[in-house]
Structure formats: structure tokens, C-alpha cells
Design a protein around this ligand. Structure first.
Ligand code: G3H
Ligand code: 13P
Ligand code: ZN
Length: 307
């Protein structure tokens, strides 16, 4: 099945309150693991590459691998640019065959964010591609952060409405307490669910949760057991996904969990099989572990059986 535009799979997710997983990929094994998991779970799926993933693997390699992979699956697959930061990033990916792009102007002042997003939207829409934008700053909402500081970090509902009207973006990544990487919360995991609800009511469009890895204990324990160091790592619990989705999140971005699954499996293999030096046997265990965690995410996000 050829790659599909993201908006084609968003329609049902937005109407029926489930989310589609975005899984970040940068090599053959991650691409294969994601496609195999989605196929087995009969789920639509989003493969995403960041700018640094493109720098690492090369745009042509990534596209060729994804296109080869989708020939073997029957579920809808989207190829998405994650955290593009310039018009040129988005244009290059759209022209190369990506079926969705993100322009992340969240570090810019409001007006500049609107301007760059609108520029990308105008170009993308001419190619029947939709655009994800971001408003607000990803970061924890720990108790020790002062209320005023919290407010300036998290996405403001009224500003979000103005932003979407002026930029004409199709979906919006919002800041509600998560952050990228393995260290999201110092204490209890806290997400501002009311904010998701309010923003969804005002906008109605698909909302995106970045920094959404779960950092499950079984993976951090395994990583540590085989020599890794990840003290104090903490992520988003499964229960929080369910609630966030019920309030209007339609896309959940996962990268860190795949890295943890891949690396912990490889560490284990290298430790328990010191005589193994065939990269296929080593990387293959990483691929299997990534596939398993993606299948679990698909189940929790509610997209299993939707394709
Ligand atoms: O949102 C960030 C993603 O996890 C991508 O990270 O730039 O290291 O590929 P990266
Ligand atoms: P994690 O670091 O929580 O996996 O977030 C990934 C992400 O938001 C990619 O855009
Ligand atoms: Zn992100």
C-alpha cells in the first residue's frame, strides 16, 4: 500500500477519540519493527524522522527503506517530518515524498511562529499535505515551578485558537506537562488534562502529545542490569495516555521508548552472548524488542484494529 496523507487517518481518530502512534525511526531495524507491529495489530501508523535522523541516515536511504517496507503491509502508513524548523526542511521532505510535516516554531515569538507556520501550510496544502505546528514550551509542571512560570510554558487555549486561525495549521502539538527524553517527571507524573479538554473544545482539530514515552520500569531495569545508566528516568504512564486521548489527543509521539527497548535488548545480547559478533543477531534482538513495545503502545492508544 502506498504512503497515505496523515489527514486521511486523522478523520476517524478525531471522530472516535483514539490516537495514532508516531514512532521515530532512523535505521532499517526501527522501520521494520514499526511496520511489522502496525501490520500485526491492524493499526494505522506514523513513521517519523527528525532532522537529526535525516542527517544520520540520509533522506534518500530513509525514504527508500520506508517505501520498500510499505509494499509489504496493508495498513495505512504515514511518513512524517518531526520538528522541522524551517520552510526549506518542510519543502524538501514534501518534494521527496513525505505525507505529513511538522513545523516547530514553538521557540519563536508568537507572531513569528504564525508566520513560518503559515508559509509551510500554504506550500504543503498545494501538495495535499497537512501541517502540524506547535505552540507552548514542552516541560514539566512540577510543584516547585511557580504558577506564573507554568502558565507561560503550557499552551494557552485562547492563544491556541488565535494561532490556528492565523496560521491555518491542521493539527497542533500542545504543551501540557510532558517533555522530550527519559527524564520527564521528578515525582509523580503530572499532565494538565483540563487544558487538553479546553483546547480541544475551542479548536476541534487533532491535538498532538509530544514527549510521550512511557519509560517503563521493565526497560530501565533491563538497561541497568546490563550495564546501562539511567537513574531517575520517568515517563508517561499508560493510564495518562488513556485520559489524554479521551480528552482529545489524536497523535502520541514515541521515540525514547524505542531507544530504550533497542539498546537494552542489544546490551543483554552482548552480555549473555559474548561470543556473538554477527550484527544481524545483535541488532535483530533490538528489532524484536522495539516491535513488542510498539504493539503494546498501539493497544493502549486505541488504534488496534482500526485499519
Ligand atoms: O522530539 C524529538 C525526537 O525524540 C527526535 O530526537 O532529534 O535526537 O532525533 P532526535
Ligand atoms: P519522547 O522523547 O518522549 O519519546 O518524545 C518523542 C517526541 O516527542 C518526538 O517528537
Ligand atoms: Zn517531539
Amino acid at each position: 500500500m502506498p504512503l497515505v496523507p496523515l489527514h486521511e487517518i486523522y478523520v476517524d481518530a478525531n471522530k472516535n477519540y483514539y490516537a495514532i502512534g508516531q514512532f521515530n525511526v532512523s535505521n532499517l531495524e526501527l522501520i521494520q519493527a514499526t511496520l511489522e507491529a502496525a501490520q500485526e495489530m491492524k493499526s494505522p501508523v506514523i513513521l517519523a524522522t527528525s532532522k537529526s535522523a535525516i542527517k544520520y541516515a540520509g533522506l534518500e536511504y530513509l525514504i527508500a527503506m520506508v517505501k520498500a517496507g510499505v509494499n509489504n503491509v496493508t495498513v495505512p502508513v504515514v511518513l512524517h517530518l518531526d520538528h522541522g524548523t524551517s520552510f526549506e526542511d518542510a519543502k524538501k521532505c514534501i518534494e521527496a515524498g513525505f505525507t505529513s510535516v511538522m513545523i516547530d516554531g514553538s521557540a519563536l515569538p508568537f507572531k513569528e511562529n504564525v508566520k513560518i507556520t503559515r508559509e509551510v501550510v500554504d506550500f504543503a496544502h498545494m501538495h495535499n499535505i497537512t501541517v502540524e505546528a506547535e505552540l507552548g514550551k514542552l516541560g514539566g509542571i512540577e510543584d516547585e515551578v511557580k504558577v506564573n512560570d507554568k502558565e507561560t510554558l503550557l499552551t494557552d487555549p485562547a492563544e491556541a485558537e488565535q494561532f490556528v486561525t492565523e496560521s491555518r495549521c491542521d493539527s497542533l502539538a500542545i504543551a501540557v506537562g510532558t517533555s522530550h527524553g527519559a527524564y520527564k517527571f521528578k515525582g509523580e507524573a503530572k499532565l494538565d488534562f483540563d487544558r487538553i479538554k479546553t483546547i480541544k473544545k475551542r479548536l476541534g482539530i487533532p491535538l498532538v502529545l509530544h514527549g510521550a514515552s512511557g519509560v517503563p520500569e521493565e526497560l530501565t531495569k533491563k538497561l541497568t542490569k546490563y550495564g546501562g545508566k539511567i537513574p531517575g528516568a520517568k515517563g508517561v504512564p499508560d493510564e495518562a495516555y488513556r485520559k489524554a486521548i479521551q480528552y482529545g489527543i489524536n497523535k502520541v509521539n514515541i521515540d525514547t521508548d524505542l531507544r530504550l527497548a533497542f539498546t537494552s535488548a542489544i546490551r543483554e545480547t552482548l552480555t549473555i552472548k559474548p561470543d556473538e559478533f554477527d550484527p544481524r543477531k545483535i541488532l535483530g534482538t533490538g528489532r524484536k524488542a522495539v516491535k513488542e513495545i510498539i504493539k503494546h503502545k498501539i493497544e493502549v492508544l486505541g488504534s488496534a484494529g482500526k485499519a
